[in-house]
Design a protein. Structure first.
Length: 233
């Protein structure tokens, strides 16, 4: 049985994880402004934030390891403690993707645009909904909300593939745009990866709350029966 002090420490861990999550969410919002408005100030602000995100990660990892060594939680507290490292890692990777996007956008801003603004805006808006929803789900876990958000992931995958194919055709017709097209493609790929990381956050939040494993696959947020999978294997 975990003590009252132990529960308070795990509660503090949750608060610090949510603080990092909200910071990462703000960084994504700045990234969207940096790219869509070709705003160099916002882009550099995101790039400079990388060290802050890394600091959050290191501090939380030390906190998690310290609690693992002294507490013996059960139930939801145990699931939170064991999944915390995954959550922190996913948040740090979202931050890294934002930094990459902003570094690439700075390179693009020095050259004439080649279009795709509307598609980029649509991609950012879709990923923003997923990222915000995933972080909100860390605060108040909801299976129904995770199911709703998961449906967006497949659409984002399709959008990224469509843009990739379109950019390849564009490059074949106009070789002079290859460099800019490649940078654009990398931004779309990074956004798709942020959406995937957001699904990881949702999966972790639902598992902590319910004790059941779910995976977001092909538009479906469905439970995973590992015992059945092992038997079939």
């Amino acid at each position: 049985m975990i003590s009252k002090v132990g529960l308070e420490r795990i509660g503090n861990l949750r608060i610090e994880i949510l603080r990092m999550a909200r910071y990462v969410q703000s960084i994504f919002n700045k990234t969207m402004v940096a790219v869509l408005e070709r705003n160099e100030h916002q882009a550099r602000d995101v790039i400079y934030s990388d060290s802050v995100i890394d600091y959050h990660q290191v501090e939380l990892q030390a906190m998690i390891i310290g609690l693992t060594g002294i507490l013996t939680p059960t139930g939801k507290e145990l699931r939170l403690l064991t999944l915390s490292m995954n959550i922190v890692s996913a948040l740090e990777r979202i931050g890294d993707k934002c930094v990459f996007i902003c570094e690439t956008s700075l390179s693009l801003s020095k050259r004439p645009p080649i279009g795709y603004y509307d598609k980029m805006k649509s991609m950012f808006e879709s990923v923003s909904i997923m990222t915000k929803g995933a972080i909100d789900n860390l605060v108040e876990p909801s299976l129904s909300e995770a199911e709703r958000l998961c449906k967006s992931d497949d659409a984002i995958d399709r959008m990224q593939e469509e843009v990739k194919s379109d950019l390849i055709r564009y490059c074949e017709q106009s070789p002079s745009v290859v460099g800019r097209a490649f940078d654009l493609m990398m931004i779309f790929c990074a956004l798709e990866e942020i959406a995937d990381l957001s699904t990881e956050l949702m999966e972790a939040a639902v598992y902590i709350e319910s004790g059941r494993h779910y995976r977001c696959v092909n538009d479906d947020f469905k439970p995973v029966d590992f015992e059945t999978q092992n038997d079939e294997g």
